[in-house]
Design a binder for this molecule. Structure first.
Ligand code: ATP
Length: 302
C-alpha cells in the first residue's frame, strides 16, 4: 500500500443479519455498506457526509477495528487490516465518540492523567490541555463543564496518544456557533501537526470549512468524493450574479460570471449596485445528490 494512504478500502461490505424482525418471524438483513471504495490520504481531513442510516457509523467502526466487515473486499488502515490489528496499531488511532462516558467527580486533569496511563508514549497532559483550550479548567470537575467544554475534553482524550489517525464522529453536535468555530480551529491545528482526520458530520458548513475532501455516502454506497468546492460538479455549476438597477433587484444565471460582472461594470460605468456572485451552496448540491439517489430507487424499496 502506498504510504501516503491512511485508509484504503475496496469493495467494503457490511450486512447486518440481526436487523429488524419481520412480521412473519423471519429476520431481515440490512446491507449497511454495499461495496465501498475509499482512499483517505495521510495528512488530510476527510469528511463523510450522508443522511441518517447511510452507513457512516458502520464504516467508521470497521475502520476503527470495532466491527467486522463481510468477507471479501480489501481494507487497510495505517497499513494494517483493522480486523487483525494489534495493540501497537491501536496506539496509533485516536477515537472521539459521539457521547463519551462522564467521570463527573474527577477533574479535567485527573481524567487526562488516568487515560494517559493507557498509552506507551502519551502526549504531555499540559500540552493536551493547551491544545483543547482547557488549561483554565484543569482543576474543574468534569461534571461542571459545559457541553462544549466536555466535547473538548473528549477530543483531548482522543489525541492523548498522539494518534496518526483521528476519528471524529459528529464532534460539534449541540455546539453554539462560537464554540463550533473554536473547535474548527482546534481540528485545523491538529491537521497542521500532521494528524489525519476522518470526520463524520451532518453539518455541511463544517465539512466545507474543515475538509480537504468530502465523501457522500447514501444507502451504503459512496456516491461522490471530491473537494467541497468540486462536489457534484459544483465548480462548473452556473453562478448567479445579482445587482440592483432602476427596476429593482436583478438576477442572472451565468456560466461566465467574470464576463457578466465586467459587462455590468461597463454598463454602470464603475461600481455595480449591490453586486453579488454566488454558486450553489454545498448544502443544495448535497441535497440534490441525495434526492436523485432516492428517486432512482424502486418505490417499494423506499
Ligand atoms: N447493530 C446493528 N444491527 C442491525 N442493523 C444495524 C446495526 N447498526 C446499524 N444498522 C443499520 O445499518 C444501516 C446503517 O447504519 P449506520 O449507523 O452505519 O448509519 P449512519 O450513516 O451512521 O447514520 P446516522 O447519521 O443516523 O448516525 C442502517 O440501516 C441501520 O439501521
Amino acid at each position: 500500500m502506498p504510504t501516503d494512504t491512511a485508509i484504503r478500502a475496496r469493495g467494503l461490505r457490511k450486512t447486518y443479519r440481526d436487523g429488524r424482525t419481520r412480521r412473519d418471524g423471519g429476520h431481515r438483513s440490512v446491507v449497511a455498506l454495499d461495496g465501498v471504495d475509499l482512499d483517505v490520504r495521510v495528512g488530510e481531513i476527510f469528511a463523510l457526509l450522508g443522511p441518517n442510516g447511510a452507513g457512516k457509523t458502520t464504516a467508521t467502526e470497521i475502520f476503527e477495528g470495532f466491527r467486522e466487515r463481510d468477507e471479501g473486499g480489501e481494507l487497510t488502515v495505517l497499513g494494517t487490516d483493522p480486523g487483525r490489528a494489534d495493540a501497537a496499531w491501536r496506539q496509533r488511532i485516536g477515537i472521539v465518540l459521539q457521547e463519551a462516558a462522564g467521570f463527573d467527580l474527577l477533574t479535567v486533569e485527573e481524567v487526562l492523567r488516568n487515560f494517559a496511563g493507557y498509552y506507551r508514549a502519551p502526549r504531555p497532559v499540559d500540552e493536551v490541555l493547551e491544545a483543547v483550550g482547557l488549561t483554565a479548567k484543569r482543576r474543574s470537575r468534569t461534571g461542571t463543564l459545559s457541553g462544549g467544554q466536555r466535547r473538548r475534553l473528549d477530543v483531548g482524550l482522543g489525541i492523548l496518544g498522539a494518534p496518526d489517525l483521528l476519528f471524529l464522529d459528529e464532534p460539534t453536535t449541540g455546539f453554539d456557533p462560537e464554540v463550533r468555530r473554536q473547535f474548527w480551529d482546534l481540528v485545523q491545528d491538529l491537521r497542521a501537526g500532521g494528524t489525519t482526520i476522518l470526520l463524520t458530520t451532518h453539518y455541511l458548513e463544517e465539512a466545507e470549512q474543515l475538509a480537504d475532501r468530502v465523501g457522500v455516502i447514501n444507502r451504503g454506497r459512496l456516491v461522490d468524493v471530491d473537494s467541497p468546492a468540486g462536489l457534484g460538479g459544483r465548480r462548473h455549476a452556473k453562478a448567479v450574479v445579482g445587482w440592483r438597477d432602476q427596476n429593482g433587484p436583478q438576477r442572472l444565471e451565468s456560466a461566465d460570471p467574470t464576463r457578466t460582472v465586467l459587462d455590468l461594470a461597463a454598463r454602470f460605468g464603475g461600481e455595480v449596485p449591490e453586486l453579488t456572485v454566488s454558486r450553489p451552496s454545498l448544502e443544495s448540491i448535497y441535497l440534490r445528490m441525495i434526492e436523485t439517489e432516492e428517486s432512482a430507487r424502486p418505490e417499494g424499496d423506499r
